[in-house]
Design a protein around this ligand. Structure first.
Ligand code: C5P
Length: 383
């Protein structure tokens, strides 16, 4: 499976630098693009040519080199990265990063990136266990860095103990799947969530089994992705609230299980139970999603389809009939997934393709869906 992340790999000067070569090979094999930054001492252990050949990109070694800055300046390199991985990380680079020193390219990049950072330390066991090193590592963790390893075992210097860099395959596994962070940076996402309540009288309403969990998980994932989320809560005013905001948004996700019908008349007083039968006349509600998709300046519009039968056929029909950019369909009324469940699975359709997102918890699922929205949104806006 192609992962397609941009991995910025920082190699610092330790004997484990040779293992970083294998790391580049493994990352590329799984579909990642890799750019390598080496500290000056790393180049004493492994030639930049090795990394150039393995990564397919020229290697960056100097901060103050006009030629390198011309090709891809350090700020552009930082912006390019989806992940910064420093492997091996010596005690020196750990100390520099933890204290915010920026006297070479790699330490400067640590300060310049806003993507997730992973550090795989590698050093002599005595250096690793030194209090100051442990304090520096704790500082990095406090800054949100993920530390991978080190492992215990025989070291190149002959010592035995903690300090060996983790194996490249293990490091690869630790890097999370494509990070959702920043994939919607600067965009405004409008998400409707939950059931609506259609009042019958002052104490009763018609509703459905939607819990709002999927919509709230999507709002959290969108926040993590860097978007500004405007919460829309009230059922009766959802149409007005959404329509008032939709034109100014980049993406609209209609997760809400909006009532299809609402009582024609709301009785001003509680209905008394005299009659043995009663009738409530229901009026069809306005379709918010279809109205958003009809706007002249419509956002990228994503609908949901909760179905008890013919999932794909109904979803495809809604995608075309409402003129949506994407629709996420899920089964409801089954044992697993759907309304009020912690888990769900989605079949996502757009006009030229589809993707199945397997049964998983709604938090993870929301991140996967946000990533998919970002991909489709970017494609629509670049073609
Ligand atoms: O046509 P159906 O109601 O099954 O389509 C579901 C999708 O349409 C959901 O995304 C839901 O939020 C949206 N919808 C809406 N307004 C309605 C009914 C449904 O926005 N009145």
């Amino acid at each position: 499976m192609a992962i397609n992340r941009h991995i910025l790999l920082g190699v610092s000067g330790g004997i484990a630098a040779y293992k970083a070569a294998e790391l580049v090979r493994l990352l590329r094999k799984q579909g990642d693009e890799v750019r390598v930054v080496m500290t000056e001492s790393a180049t004493q252990f492994v030639s930049p040519l090795t990394f150039q050949a393995l990564s397919g990109n020229s290697v960056h070694t100097e901060l103050l080199n006009a030629q390198e800055e011309n090709a891809m300046g350090h700020i552009n390199l930082a912006r390019w990265a989806d992940v910064l991985l420093i492997a091996p990380a010596t005690a020196n680079i750990i100390a520099k990063c933890s204290h915010g020193l920026a006297d070479d390219l790699l330490s400067t990049l640590y300060l310049a990136v806003s993507c997730p950072v992973y550090i795989a330390p590698a050093m002599n066991q005595a250096m690793w266990s030194k209090t100051v090193t442990q304090e520096n590592v704790a500082k990095l963790k406090g800054q949100g860095v993920t530390i991978i390893g080190p492992e215990s075992g025989e070291q190149a210097c002959g010592d035995t103990g903690f300090g060996r860099m983790s194996e490249p395959a293990f490091i690869c596994e630790q890097l999370v799947a494509k990070p959702v962070e920043r994939c919607l940076q600067g965009l405004t996402v409008l998400i409707s969530a939950g059931p609506t309540r259609e009042p019958i009288d002052p104490v009763r309403y018609i509703t459905n089994r939607s819990s709002g969990k999927m919509g709230y998980a999507l709002a959290h994932a969108a926040l993590k992705a860097g978007a500004t989320v405007i919460y829309v809560e009230t059922a009766a005013e959802m149409y007005e609230a959404v329509m008032a905001k939709a034109s100014g948004c980049d993406i609209y996700i209609g997760t809400a299980a909006v009532a299809d019908y609402s009582p024609d008349v709301i009785q001003p007083q509680k209905i008394k139970k005299h009659a043995s039968q009663t009738t409530i006349i229901l009026q069809k509600t306005k379709d918010i999603l279809a109205a958003v998709a009809k706007l002249d300046s419509c956002p990228f519009t994503v609908g949901f389809a909760a179905e008890t039968e013919n999932l794909e056929a109904y979803a495809q029909h809604k995608l075309h009939e409402k003129n949506l950019d994407m629709i996420a369909a899920n089964w409801v009324g089954r044992e697993q997934g759907g309304f009020d469940s912690e888990q769900n699975a989605l079949q996502v359709f757009w006009k030229t393709g589809q993707k199945n997102l397997a049964m998983m918890n709604k938090t993870q699922l929301a991140e996967q869906l946000i990533l998919l929205c970002a991909e489709r949104f970017n494609e629509k806006n670049t073609t």
